[in-house]
Ligand binder design. Structure first.
Ligand code: MG
Length: 448
């Protein structure tokens, strides 16, 4: 692990106290401290995992040892690190493993721009890490440490971007499932400030999750029931609070790219034909909406950091991922679950329609998503082999996307697990299923 830390779309992740140890965390802290430079100040936050305090303390030690000052925001969603870092800190760090199981943990690094580290910066970071050549000032020049409040100014600013009066007036009742994670500090405060009726489930902070931290149709069983009986809208997060999943009044979980399309439709209506950014894996439903508004779309690799980067470079309006990430660059250059929930409330209040109704009004597309087990070292070979036998149009922007007349198949390696994901989409449910089966067959054949 020490020899080859690997940044994926997810930062650095592994089993806590086995792969993500205090020793590694210390070294990563020294690396980041050296990377940003002496006497600079870094903001750090963490999620609620049992190992997060331990890992955070080791990272802090490394930063201080490299002469870097640290401000500690405690338990906060990762988008609050991005939000606060931009223009105010030399960098940010979040100790979290997002939606992974409770035994996992990880560390994410954020640049002074408020965007996650990538590309050339990532290479420079890895070079420092591998060289072991860290800044190590004497006792008079060590970094300083203090606790800080990263929540208040975020709340104030976030609420300025929505019509709180209208939301309150609309009388929308919300149930929220906080995954016992990093949103436990923030989200109830946001809803309280708006002044709407709400109920919160899964709000513990002891790292013993009441449900798996990934918000899916399966894991949101309790929320779905709760919303169906008493509420207009359900909101759920993952453990670090950057992903947001919505549940309709009828208890239906809405996939991220469908909700993203709905939000894009609303924003484009208001802003005119601007740029929407989304990875290659999202539903073609967005293309219909882009056409409707005569707007622009840019497809990227999978990963919200790529989406954020393009949004920033090309001054885009909005970005989203099928994995429930929503980026509003006017407010925060990263996927921000809490802010996405506020925007959704804004849309419901302004349109006066239920989420069920708004979803019904969108065009119909069907996706089937499956996974096939595949050892890490075979992933690339398998994809290459499938590609070599293709006779139709394809794209290799991320994994392999194969285009058919009435749909597409996407085969892509998971960055964290030994699996290949096989997605298929079509306007017809039956065809989506068939395409997915074709994709799985191709992968299995190439695996032999
Ligand atoms: Mg996350």
């Amino acid at each position: 692990m020490t020899k080859d830390i690997k940044f994926g779309t997810a930062g650095i992740r592994g089993i806590a106290n086995r792969e993500i140890t205090p020793e590694i965390a210390l070294k990563l802290g020294k690396t980041f401290g050296t990377f940003v430079g002496k006497e600079k100040t870094v903001l750090i936050g963490r999620d609620t995992r049992t190992s997060s305090e331990m890992i955070k303390n080791a990272v802090v030690s490394g930063l201080l040892s490299a002469g870097c000052n640290v401000e500690d925001a405690g338990i906060i969603p990762i988008p609050l690190v991005n939000f606060n870092v931009k223009d105010k800190y030399a960098g940010g760090i979040m100790v979290t493993s997002s939606h992974n199981p409770p035994e996992w943990n990880g560390i994410k690094f954020i640049l002074e721009t408020g965007i996650e580290i990538s590309g050339k910066d990532e290479e420079r970071f890895e070079k420092i890490f591998k060289s072991g050549n860290f800044d190590q000032p004497d006792w008079k020049n060590l970094g300083s440490y203090k606790k800080t409040d990263a929540v208040s100014n975020y709340i104030e600013s976030a609420l300025r971007h929505i019509d709180t009066g209208k939301i309150k007036e609309a009388g929308i009742k919300v149930a929220a499932d906080l995954a016992d994670g990093a949103q436990t500090e923030l989200f109830p405060k946001l809803l309280e400030k708006i002044g709407i009726k709400f109920e919160i489930i899964n709000k513990k902070q002891d790292g013993k999750f009441s449900r798996p931290p990934e918000p899916t149709d399966k894991t949101l069983k309790d929320l779905k029931e709760l919303v169906k009986n008493d509420y207009d809208l359900g909101i759920a997060f993952d453990c670090d609070g950057d992903r947001m999943v919505s549940v309709t009044g009828k208890g239906k979980v809405i996939p991220g790219d469908i909700l993203g399309t709905l939000i894009a439709d609303y924003l484009l209506k208001k802003a005119g034909p601007e740029l929407i950014v989304t990875p290659i894996a999202t539903s073609s439903i967005i293309d219909d909406i882009i056409e409707k508004h005569n707007a622009d779309i840019k497809r990227t690799q999978v990963g919200s950091k790529y989406v954020a980067k393009i949004l920033s470079e090309r001054n885009g309006l909005f970005g989203f991922e099928e994995s429930d990430g929503f980026v509003f660059p006017e407010f925060n250059l990263t996927k921000d679950g809490g802010f996405a929930a506020l925007k959704l409330l804004d849309i419901l209040a302004e349109t006066g329609k239920s989420l069920d109704k708004l979803i019904d009004e969108l065009p119909d597309y069907h996706q089937v998503k499956k996974k096939v087990k595949c050892p890490d070292n075979k992933k690339e070979k398998v994809i290459k082999k499938v590609k070599s036998k293709l006779k139709r149009k394809y794209s290799t922007m991320d994994g392999l996307k194969i285009f058919f007349k009435n749909g597409w198949i996407l085969i892509r390696p998971s960055g964290t697990e030994p699996i290949l994901r096989v997605y298929a989409e079509s306007r017809s449910k039956q065809r989506a299923k068939e395409l997915n089966e074709i994709g799985i067959k191709k992968v299995r054949k190439a695996l032999k």
